[in-house]
Design a binder for this molecule. Structure first.
Ligand code: 9D3
Length: 226
């Protein structure tokens, strides 16, 4: 069995909905990976099942309460046989990248905690979180899109998840280069022809052309990768 991810979120349908498509959906069905959600709202004790409250010290927005988050993480931990890491998705975290995705694909998975509102009570991070991870320097509305992006990237490195398509190792970034251009039928659209080499049947020449295109694009668009 591949990695197992337990996702703590007040919007579980966002996670299960997005996982219902394409290669990830098939990998879940085949049991190569697994994902389960845990809703902090199910671990509240007050009449209104509140997962957030006003920030001490004042200011705009709301903060996620300690108890529902800790309860959901505890339930996830008790449902697992291992001592998986608890990862809080946060703009303050270390940056997620392809190297991390590949490493995590060979591991047991993790408990991913998604925040909403202004963030979570700092004492939850101190007591329950092993590490914080961000997917980049832009503002999301919560951790769910980040958890989905990370799981998708991780699952692609799990053996058998990609079918006969090229292996994750040949993908952009893993190989350090951007992808080459792709074409399909017809040979001509609106006066634009498919590059002749791709129609030549000369597989060595095609390999050379694709490699050269990858390098040219990387130099033009992402010199930082070279
Ligand atoms: C406008 C709110 N910001 C005030 C300075 C702080 C803020 C709070 C909560 C910014 C983002 C969020 C929600 N973001 C995430 O939960 C998140 C995230 C992200 O926003 N960017 C990149 N990676 C991640 S991982 C989780």
């Amino acid at each position: 069995m591949g990695p197992r991810y337990d996702v703590v979120t007040i919007f579980p349908d966002m996670i299960t909905g997005a996982l219902g498509y394409g290669v990830v959906s098939r990998a879940l069905e085949a049991g190569r990976v697994s994902v389960q959600t845990w809703n902090p709202r199910d671990y509240t004790s007050d009449r209104h099942a509140s997962v957030d409250d006003r920030p001490y010290g004042g200011g705009p927005g709301m903060v996620m309460r300690y108890e529902p988050l800790a309860g959901a993480v505890r339930a996830a931990r008790e449902a697992r046989a291992d001592r998986a890491e608890v990862v809080y998705l946060s703009p303050q975290g270390e940056r997620f990248d392809a190297a991390m995705a590949e490493k995590w694909a060979g591991g047991p998975g993790a408990i991913l905690v998604c925040g909403r509102y202004e963030g979570v009570d700092e004492r939850f991070i101190e007591a329950c979180v092993d590490r914080e991870v961000s997917i980049g320097d832009y503002v999301l509305s919560g951790g769910e899109p980040a958890a989905l992006a990370m799981m998708d990237a991780v699952f692609r490195f799990v053996p058998g998840v990609l079918g006969h398509e090229d292996s994750a190792g040949e993908d952009s970034f893993a190989g350090g280069l951007l992808d080459c251009p792709h074409y399909t039928r017809p040979e001509e659209v609106e006066d634009r022809r498919v590059p002749e080499v791709l129609l030549s049947g000369d597989h060595a020449a095609i390999r050379r052309w694709r490699r050269a295109e990858s390098k040219r694009r990387t130099r033009e668009r992402r010199e930082d990768l070279l």
